[in-house]
Design a protein around this ligand. Structure first.
Ligand code: GLU
Length: 465
């Protein structure tokens, strides 16, 4: 074990999105690589916007991606007593103060400040006020230093300096007594012993505000690494306009978790020109030095390419179990059909997603062939009828119903009738699959089994007038 302690600290106000998952992954990888600790903390201080549903969705997504944590999940909503104590400590030490300014007053002041070109920053009305109005709602503000600078060495972005007079007197406790993000994140990161905070660079501006609070509370300041944001193909910030942003929606669309992990890590991290990384590779190779300073660009085609790769190289047994779920979602009953790893083997080379595999292999399991009428009109004709009838005879005679014997039966019929496979196969496909697209027809028939193959071929023969 090393001393490295990392955390992922999502706010449960929605599903786990691409950016959050990448942050979680980077933390996880570094923790595993350095044999440090990875802590999960649910930041649910915003009681109105946090939901159990979101917590569950985040936990489920982390589980799906294989991002296991060593400690937690901790819930900030269970630590309100602690935060209150810390707020009181700061107030007693004169490092925070009660502010009685109403929202209307603050809005008015902000407007005036903006009009005169100033920063919309708290003007300090209550900073040095000595009276304590009773029965008047108040927030607690942190007394931020007004002079000097705050600098930190960001592990990705390098040295970053803010002038302290740019830092606001941040509200650390709301009128309802609940604490705010910038404060609790400091208390928790310190008390949970975080040594390095890896998070999205939308938090860069919060970091100096947090550093001055670490100092006020007498806590050691962790290191920071702010990961560049993720952009859509049009170079604007990734949003729903660019496609699904929820990680679990990708599972529903038939993506494998290893494809997602491989894809996420490359949104900002690189290792030479390598593109394919298993989780084990990543645990060995991941470094913050490999994280670039420019934004990652979301590229759905690349995700699809990776997914096709992992489907092609996946273990048929495991993919078979997954295929079962996707078929069930498609409403397909698999009982009595061919065994699923066999089906997977037929489709591994051609399916980009598991949903595509489920849709394309559904014909195996459907009692009624779903005929494409155009294919029927083109391929099930008076001309092909005798061919199909002859195939029924020949296949019925197969003692062993495997691809070799099926191939021999076909060869026999084709030789007798002077036909090539290009003429015969489309009609067989339509009879069996419903359209003219399928993996190798001999393999398909072998997987389907003799009885069902003959049933479907006879059905097609009977269909042709
Ligand atoms: N709850 C914050 C968020 O989801 C965490 C930020 C941080 O990592 O400090 O953005």
């Amino acid at each position: 074990m090393s001393d490295l302690r990392l955390r992922f600290a999502p706010s449960p106000t929605g599903y786990l999105h691409i950016g959050g998952a990448r942050t979680a992954l980077f933390n996880y990888l570094l923790a595993r690589k350095e044999q440090g600790a990875f802590v999960l903390r649910i930041e649910d201080t915003d009681v109105a916007r946090s939901t159990q549903e979101s917590v569950d969705a985040i936990l489920q997504a982390m589980d799906w991606l294989g991002l296991s944590y060593d400690e937690g999940p901790f819930y900030q909503s269970e630590r309100f007593g602690l935060y209150k104590e810390k707020v009181q400590e700061l107030v007693a030490a004169g490092k925070a103060y009660r502010c009685y300014c109403s929202a209307e007053e603050l809005d008015a002041k902000r407007e005036i400040a903006m009009k005169s070109g100033g920063k919309p920053k708290y003007d300090g009305t209550c900073r040095d006020r000595s009276d304590q109005p009773v029965d008047q709602p108040f927030v607690v503000r942190f007394r931020s230093p007004q002079e000097g600078e705050t600098t930190f060495q960001d592990r990705i972005k390098g040295s970053i300096t803010f002038r302290n007079d740019e830092l606001d007197d941040v509200i650390i406790q709301r009128t309802d007594g609940t604490p705010t993000y910038n404060f609790v994140v400091v208390v928790d990161d310190a008390l949970m012993g975080m040594t390095l905070v890896i998070r999205g660079d939308d938090h860069v501006n919060n970091t100096p505000r947090q550093i001055v609070m670490y100092q006020a509370l007498g806590y050691p300041v962790p290191e920071f690494a702010h990961v560049p944001m993720i952009l859509g193909a049009d170079k604007s910030r990734l949003s729903k306009r660019h496609g699904a942003t929820s990680v679990m929606v990708y599972r529903d669309m038939g993506f494998l978790p290893e494809a997602m992990v491989n894809y996420l890590v490359r949104l900002g991290w690189s290792h030479g020109d390598d593109e394919i990384f298993s989780m084990d590779d990543l645990i060995q190779k991941f470094t913050l030095e490999g994280v670039g300073r420019s934004a990652g660009v979301f590229n759905p085609d690349k995700l699809l390419w990776l997914n096709a790769h992992y489907i092609k190289t996946g273990d048929p047994l495991r993919l078979g179990a997954l295929l079962q779920d996707y078929l069930t979602t498609e409403g397909v009953e698999t009982a009595g059909g061919p065994d699923l790893p066999t089906v997977v083997k037929l489709f591994q080379d051609r399916s980009k997603t598991m949903v595509e595999m489920a849709k394309d292999s559904a014909f195996f399991f459907l009692h009624e062939v779903a005929f494409d009428q155009e294919s029927v009109a083109k391929c099930l004709t008076a001309e092909t009828k005798p061919v199909l009838a002859a195939l029924v005879e020949a296949l019925d005679g197969c003692s062993t119903f495997d691809a070799d014997h099926i191939g021999q039966a076909f060869t026999g019929v084709m030789a007798a009738m002077g036909l090539k496979l290009g003429k015969v196969a489309p009609a067989v496909r339509v009879a069996i699959v419903g359209n003219t697209v399928s993996p190798s027809i001999y393999d398909v028939l072998a997987a389907l089994g003799k009885a069902e193959t003959l049933r479907r071929l006879r059905g097609a023969v009977a269909m042709i007038a």
